[in-house]
Design a protein around this ligand. Structure first.
Ligand code: FAD
Length: 496
């Protein structure tokens, strides 16, 4: 029998909730530490910008044991996702396990000689405490520490009435009314905010961007839900992946002309549909070299607004603030009342001691994580939700199931330290030399290799069923209900 552990789950977002549920289900004693006043992580209501909605269709952005409600739209709005997560927490009585308004400021190895970690906690009132845990699951995601950018002249710009904010602080659209708004960045949040600012009565809206990227519309060609084209195993197999045998490599060589034509056709279709030539926003990079977690879904209305001038796009970046304007690197001066910096988030686990951070992250920023979940040099610890993707809830669910078995020594293929390190090196080599786009977000992105990643996790867990019928498996998107069946076919156990 495996012994019950006292488990800390850091973060009560999508990943923390499913991790707590999964460890609890096996019989562990679970505490979730959450620094916010509510659950949901990026979907917590006070953090969400107006009109935020998922990029993933609802049947792909869900846990394996809980569909989103039937009356939700195909791409649910932020508050609907939050309500779904809240209801999931209620189903498994998770709220009682959450310690809200409590931050993990540091974690150190336990001084009592036992396995595990001592968490250093700070509550809302600033009161500090420590608590020992046998195992820690890090579920703090990739969107917890803002990137803060300042440019020369910001103080004077603010003193004369200008405003500067991070994209995550744009929660009240009424602040843009009658204002000249300049958005720095071209990510999904940047374009969502720019479109929302136009709709909310901004006087002018300018996007300042470094380079254009391929974006996928909700309906390709205006007709086909993108999940039916981009989320299927057959499409995934067009990308050469890691660990291919000679036959598979040969198949890629033979299929190259067909695959090339497939991508050129998609580029031509997107160029036409999104008016990329007219707006000068056709990316230079090939689409197949860019498909990873950073590919945004098109904000509805974006390209129409760019084409008719309601949104002005200027290539470059901020150089400085001057009077009531932002001066760009190309010399342009953009009159600005409100500058919104959609410059993303810092990756990292800041509360981990430097000595362990060095074991976790390579000098070039790549993470050393086996299956994007565990590191053999970071004992009694795992990471859920770091395997981000276009269907992160499903990824987190499978990762949590893998992690509890790993922690309990119950994987059917429990890896040795040597096997983990060899695999980590193999993956690092593949990302650095064969698939540079897989290095995005420190290598913490499984897209477009969802199926292959899930196959590996299920194989490790000893799932007896791993595939649907060949037609469904090859030509339809991942099916959360099917993954529940696959998980249910893994060997069961409980801790005492
Ligand atoms: C606007 C937006 C839209 C998105 N849409 C999609 C989508 O459609 N499809 C998709 O697959 N992904 C999407 N994502 C990615 C999204 O991040 C993941 O889908 C998922 O929500 C991540 O959940 P998480 O629990 O891993 O992290 P988070 O949601 O970031 O939760 C982390 C939690 O950890 C807490 N925390 C952080 N540090 C500490 C600390 N030191 N102590 C205590 N608590 C701490 C935070 O307060 C937070 O609650 C979107 C992201 C954003 C921002």
């Amino acid at each position: 029998m495996t012994t019950k552990k006292k488990v800390a789950v850091i973060g009560a977002g999508v990943s923390g909730l499913v991790t707590a549920k999964t460890f609890k289900e096996k019989g562990h004693d679970v505490t979730i530490i959450e620094r916010s006043h509510d659950l949901g992580g990026v979907w917590e209501l006070s953090r969400s910008y107006p009109d935020v909605q998922t990029q993933s269709p609802k049947d792909l952005y869900r846990y394996t044991d809980k569909p989103m409600p039937d009356d939700y739209p195909e791409w649910p709005k932020g508050p609907q996702v939050h309500a779904y997560l809240d209801s999931y927490a209620a189903d498994y009585n998770l709220r009682d396990h959450i310690r809200f308004n409590t931050s993990v400021s540091e974690m150190t190895r336990r001084a009592d000689g036992q396995k595990g970690w001592t968490l250093h906690l700070v509550d809302q009132a600033g009161k500090e405490s420590t608590e020992d845990f046998d195992f820690v699951s890090v579920c703090t995601g990739q969107f917890s520490e803002k990137n803060i950018l300042t440019h020369p002249g910001q103080e004077a710009f603010e003193a004369q009435g200008g405003q500067v904010m991070h994209s995550s602080e744009y929660t009240d659209p009424s602040i843009v009314e009658g204002k000249n708004v300049t958005v720095l960045g071209f990510s999904k949040s940047a374009t969502d905010i720019a479109v929302n600012a136009v709709k909310s009565g901004a006087k002018s809206v300018t996007i300042v961007y470094l380079q254009s990227v391929w974006r996928v519309p909700y309906f390709i060609g205006g007709l086909i839900n993108f999940k039916r084209i981009l989320y299927i195993r057959k499409q995934e197999q067009m990308f050469p992946s890691w660990g291919l045998n000679p036959m598979q490599k040969f198949a890629h060589v033979i299929g190259k002309p067909f695959v090339w034509a497939n991508w050129r056709a998609l580029e031509a279709l997107l160029t036409m549909q999104l008016k990329l030539k007219k707006t000068g926003l056709r990316p230079e990079i090939k689409i197949e070299d860019e498909i990873n977690c950073s590919v945004p879904i098109v904000t509805p209305g974006l390209f129409e607004m760019i084409a008719d001038g309601r949104i002005n796009c200027i290539k470059g970046t901020f150089k400085e603030y001057e009077g009531d304007s932002v001066v760009l690197t190309g010399g342009e001066k953009v009159k600005t009342d409100l500058a919104i910096l959609a410059v993303g988030w810092k990756l990292g686990v800041p509360y981990l001691p430097q000595e362990y951070q060095d074991k976790l992250v390579e000098e070039d920023g790549q993470y050393r994580l086996y299956r994007i979940i565990a590191n053999p040099d970071l004992p009694d610890m795992g990471f859920v939700g770091f395997n981000s993707s276009f269907c992160t809830v499903l990824c987190a669910d499978l990762a949590a199931n893998w992690l509890v078995r790993y922690a309990d020594g119950k994987l059917a293929k429990q890896p040795t330290e040597q096997q983990m390190n060899d695999n980590i090196e193999q993956m690092l080599h593949w990302k650095r030399h064969e698939k540079p786009s897989a290095k995005v977000y420190g290598g913490l992105c499984v897209a477009p290799y969802h199926f292959k990643h899930f196959d590996e996790l299920l194989d490790d867990m000893g799932a007896k069923i791993r595939r649907r019928n060949p037609l469904a498996e090859n030509f339809t998107p991942p099916d959360a209900d099917a993954y529940r069946r696959f998980l249910d076919s893994t060997p069961d156990y409980r801790v005492n």
